[in-house]
Design a protein around this ligand. Structure first.
Ligand code: OXD
Ligand code: MN
Length: 589
């Protein structure tokens, strides 16, 4: 069992024990033996189901309550002293009101249960990026998942030593009552409390709660960035590896891009791609003035449906061992798992994600929940970057923003400079998938893909981006991509998936001033000759269509952005308003 003499930790844990009154307290030490014992216990109680250990060694299935299958933004709060510091995009309640409310809910919530103390590190233990935290939980599923998603155990306690600088988190499943479900961050106290949920996105506190909501606030104070970004290394035929961090709203293929497989012709020429992270990037300015990024996580919490040998063979391979599956279908024939679009052969003798008998008839009921997940160690990934554990992180050459736009955004463009790039991030948006019917869908703005994850006022966050870039000349260049332009029939024009490397190639050439571009009202656009379309089913005319700017649509966009900015209580940085005016001016001249 893990141990520490850190008095601040011991006092805080004692306080929580007094509050939640568990029957016993177990410190998680990170050992294989303890994990195994917990897995056995969870299988015994039905919290986990052991899958076919020959086909899926180390793999288990967990089902969350049917009322508890996704993140709940409406129950997620940022609680700080002044509401204006949480901003208009977060739910807010004063800590003086929220703490008593939560303490009442947590009071006695672990009677007759065990309390597990998980010491965990976000980032390589001992690295300049690392931040340490504790999650106190009554759920073995949480313990085992945190042990995949983060670094846990004695090594964290040792690295923390007697420092009082740690994130304090408590979680209780309680009775999974959705009306009393809370996911609460107190950024001013580095504290997280979640209750009445057992779904990963709400309760694996290292992920969104700490690494984005709390960490974005820490980053603001300490001068770094906590971002909802993948990190990808692209290796060219000369053997040079260049790193890109990219933010996308959900349903834009972020995990697929993080594990991209170069097209066959590129592979033949020696191109490779390396995954450093699929969801979160912590970015610090190095002594050389470059931006250095690290993935603070240790695992993937990926969406299962749609993952298959074609869409993402690397993700699929990653799930074949040491994985906890959540809310997928169970194939009773051989005790393996199945989800929609895994293959065309749904099992006929199965249990669906609810645990009900299921005969593979997807037309009637789904086998897996659409938000069913896999929790797998990143080190399982066939394309995991050799730099993944580098304590210094990796130097970024480009930052990429993206969204799903049927007509507006071109395939790719480059911002004119840092401030313009921050503007491009602040106006990020996706359309609801009406795109597939050829109609322009409803635009949802999701600045830097951080809308549900920014732990303070979004406009202050934009100012922080402006300031962080201003402090160094060596910052990465900023780009925007859109894989989702559609033709008059609503069909996607760009082939996507591995072919996206063709666009990344241009981005990296621009990052190293290796190719010219055209000036346009919205930024720099590629010359069509500079995007390699050899070997894909796309004409030069189609490519030039993908790069076309429809000024009328962009003028509507300007109006839409103006309305969006107006919602931020007058706090949008003057620099971003100036960028909006510049855009309007460019479109009119
Ligand atoms: C995720 C999300 O689960 O962004 O990563 O919702
Ligand atoms: Mn995410």
């Amino acid at each position: 069992m893990a141990s520490t003499n850190n008095q601040a930790v011991l006092d805080w844990v004692d306080e929580q024990i007094a509050l939640m009154q568990p029957e016993k307290v177990v410190w998680i030490d990170g050992s294989k033996a303890q994990q195994e014992q917990l897995r056995e216990e969870a299988c015994h109680t039905g919290e986990l189901h052991k899958l076919n250990q020959e086909k899926l060694p180390g793999c288990y299935l967990h089902r969350s309550d049917p009322n508890d299958v996704a993140r709940v933004e409406s129950r997620t709060f940022i609680c700080c002293d002044k509401q204006e510091n949480a901003g208009p995009t977060n739910n807010w309640m004063h800590p003086d009101e929220m703490y008593p409310k939560l303490r009442k809910l947590f009071n006695g919530s672990m009677k007759d249960k065990a309390l597990y103390v998980i010491p965990y590190s976000m980032g390589v233990v001992g690295s300049p990026f690392a931040k340490y935290g504790f999650e106190l939980t009554d759920s073995i599923y949480v313990v085992l998942s945190m042990a995949i998603m983060t670094r846990v155990g004695q090594e964290v306690l040792d690295a923390l030593g007697d420092s009082p600088d740690f994130i304090k988190g408590i979680h209780s499943n309680k009775d999974i009552n959705p009306d009393e479900r809370y996911i609460v961050q107190f950024p001013e106290d580095n504290t997280i409390m979640s209750i009445n949920s057992g779904y990963g996105g709400n309760v694996l506190q290292g992920k969104k709660c700490f690494s984005l909501r709390i960490a974005s606030h820490l980053g603001k104070q300490e001068g770094w960035l906590a971002e909802h970004m993948l990190i990808l290394g692209v290796q060219n035929p000369k053997g040079e590896v260049r790193y890109i961090a990219a933010a996308f709203p959900s349903a834009c293929g972020k995990t697929n891009l993080a594990m991209i497989i170069p097209p066959a012709g590129y592979q033949k020429d020696g191109w490779k791609a390396w995954c450093v992270g699929d969801d979160i990037a912590w970015i610090r300015t190095g002594e050389d003035g470059r931006f250095w990024a690290a993935n603070p996580e240790y695992g993937f919490f990926g969406v299962a449906p749609g993952t298959n040998v074609e869409s993402n063979p690397n993700a699929l391979a990653t799930t074949h061992k040491d994985t906890i599956f959540i809310n997928v279908a169970l194939n009773l024939q051989d005790d393996t798992v199945w989800w929609e679009k895994l293959d065309k052969k749904p099992p006929e003798n199965a249990l669906d994600w609810l645990g009900n008998p299921w005969n593979g008839d997807c037309a009637t009921t789904k086998g897996a929940h659409p938000n069913s997940r896999f929790t797998s160690p990143i080190t399982n990934c066939p394309c995991v970057s050799p730099e993944f554990e580098n304590p210094q992180g990796v130097p970024l050459s480009a930052i990429v923003f993206g969204g799903r736009r049927a007509k507006t955004a071109p395939l790719v463009y480059q911002s004119r400079d840092w401030n313009h790039g921050v503007f491009v991030g602040s106006i990020m948006a996706s359309e609801t998938t009406a795109a597939s019917t050829g109609k322009v869908g409803v635009v949802r703005r999701d600045p830097m893909a951080m809308l549900p994850f920014c732990g303070y006022h979004m406009a202050d966050y934009w100012q922080h981006w402006l300031d962080t870039g201003k402090a160094t000349e060596n910052r990465p260049k900023i780009f925007n991509v859109n894989w989702f332009r559609t033709d008059e029939n609503g069909e996607f024009i760009w082939p996507g998936f591995g072919e996206n490397l063709r666009v990344l190639e241009w981005i990296l050439r621009r990052a190293f001033d290796d190719v010219d571009a055209q000036v346009s009202p919205i930024g720099y656009l590629p010359n069509t000759k500079d995007i390699n379309i050899e070997g894909i089913d796309l004409t030069e005319e189609q490519l030039s269509g993908l790069l076309n700017i429809d000024k009328d649509l962009w003028k509507e966009e300007v109006e839409n952005i103006r309305e969006f900015y107006a919602d931020f209580n007058g706090k949008v940085p003057a620099e971003l308003w100036a960028q909006l005016e510049q855009l309007e001016h460019n479109l009119n001249s």
